[in-house]
Design a protein around this ligand. Structure first.
Ligand code: SF4
Length: 406
């Protein structure tokens, strides 16, 4: 019997209580009626994904879902009953592995103890909580709706509900932030009992169209300089290492065995299907994403377009944003720049067996250059970024992207 291929699923919930000052994610504040329309449309999209063509592809290769990630936005602005119904719809449509990792993002103050119990009971087994900072003044400055006490209450409720695998999101290089502020956030996180299994720590990036970009353009945003940004980043990694965590990706740190399976899947080239507004997929050699236009999305899936009613192939005709067929060259580039995000880097043997190409011939020269510069290191069969290499990761990635691999 053919071995099943692993498949990941992403579900996008584009709603938030309020827009944070730095955020350019596909998310907005909407009323309950729009929430209801969206839930209907989303379920309809999932159901119809099992139209004949997709069902054939899924059956042929016998896919098994190993992870699901509800992201946003803030998925938990929707009632937990609705989130569990969406998960149930997915379970009806796809084969799930018994130990599938099922995560939802959640923001402090948007879930009650009862909500968390409902989510846990329905099969969600990982929670990703958007803390961002444990300092109330910083939270206020970046436009978050919660304070640390509210986060703590959500965290404790999650533990009581039975969530063992919890991620906490952190952002550094915030306006006015000092190294002492970073330390104080870290110590508050490390005082949680039990400790979170996973921490994502990203540096703030100024994005077009955000409130922060406007303030920056007006000269009203006091951000740490580049050198401080790096110092803060490494302070987080080093302090967490002391506390027993391991950095396994540029911005992700976990207790051993609790790396986010879903994200590791992205970085190692696993196939995934995305449902919901703007959600991207990588399936059968194609990368595509749903429309980012809420009106268009609701107009199509919200009217109940349905394969089951014998309509034409509604999946084929659905409103897409981008669609791109990946060449072998694209896949080779992705293998390199996504794989090098992971601290254990890429395996030459895996590269050669996956692409049937000689690594040395394509990337020998560029790899040697970066090893000589101290940006890459090689141990046995693996090539990975050094600490200095991580600081200039985009420079290294762009060299691999620009190398002719045809
Ligand atoms: S909660 Fe997250 S997705 Fe929503 S506005 Fe804030 S940063 Fe953006």
């Amino acid at each position: 019997m053919q071995e099943a291929s692993e498949l990941e699923i992403y579900v996008h919930i584009p709603f938030c209580v309020k827009k944070c000052s730095y955020c350019d994610f596909l998310s907005f504040k909407m009323g309950e009626e729009t929430h209801r329309e969206y839930i209907f449309a989303l379920k309809n999209e999932i159901l119809n994904y099992m139209s004949a063509e997709v069902k054939r592809k899924l059956n042929e290769k016998s896919y098994v879902v190993t992870s699901v990630f509800f992201g946003g936005g803030t998925p938990t602005v929707l009632p937990s009953k609705e989130l569990t119904d969406i998960l149930a719809e997915l379970k009806r449509c796809f084969h799930f592995s018994e130990d599938a990792e099922i995560t939802t993002e959640c923001n402090p103050g948007t879930v009650t103890a009862e909500d968390l119990a409902v989510l846990k009971k329905a099969g969600f087994n990982r929670l990703s909580i958007g803390l961002q900072s444990a300092n109330d003044e910083e939270l206020r400055r970046i436009g978050r709706i919660h304070n640390f006490a509210r986060f703590k209450a959500t965290y404790e409720n999650a533990i009581k509900a039975g969530f063992e695998n919890i991620n906490v999101d952190l952002i550094t290089a915030l306006p006015e932030q000092s190294l002492e502020d970073v330390d104080s956030s870290l110590e508050k996180i490390l005082s949680l009992d039990p400790l979170p299994k996973h921490i994502s720590s990203y540096s703030l990036i100024l994005e077009e169209g955000t409130e922060f970009m406007r303030l920056h353009d007006e000269g009203k945003l006091n951000l740490p300089d580049e050198e401080s940004e790096r110092i803060y980043h490494w302070r987080v990694i080093d302090r967490l290492k002391e506390a027993g965590y391991e950095q396994y990706e540029l911005s992700n740190i976990a207790q051993p065995g609790f790396e986010c399976r879903h994200n590791v899947g992205y970085w190692t080239g696993k196939e995934y299907l995305g449902f919901g507004l703007g959600a991207s997929s990588y399936f059968e050699n194609e990368r595509f994403s749903n429309t980012r236009d809420l009106k268009e999305y609701l107009g199509y899936w919200g009217r109940g377009a349905s394969y089951a009613e014998g309509a034409k192939d509604v999946v084929q005709d659905r409103p897409l944003g981008e669609m791109e067929e990946l060449t072998d060259g694209d896949k080779i580039s992705e293998f390199m720049f996504l794989g090098l995000r992971m601290t254990h880097g890429i395996s030459i043997a895996e590269f050669e067996s996956r692409f049937n190409r000689n690594f040395e011939e394509i990337f020998g020269e560029i790899t040697k250059k970066h090893i000589d510069e101290g940006l890459l290191s090689k141990t046995g069969d693996r090539i990975f970024l050094t600490r200095r290499g991580q600081d200039v990761a985009n420079y290294v990635f762009s060299d691999y992207l620009m190398t002719d691999n045809t």
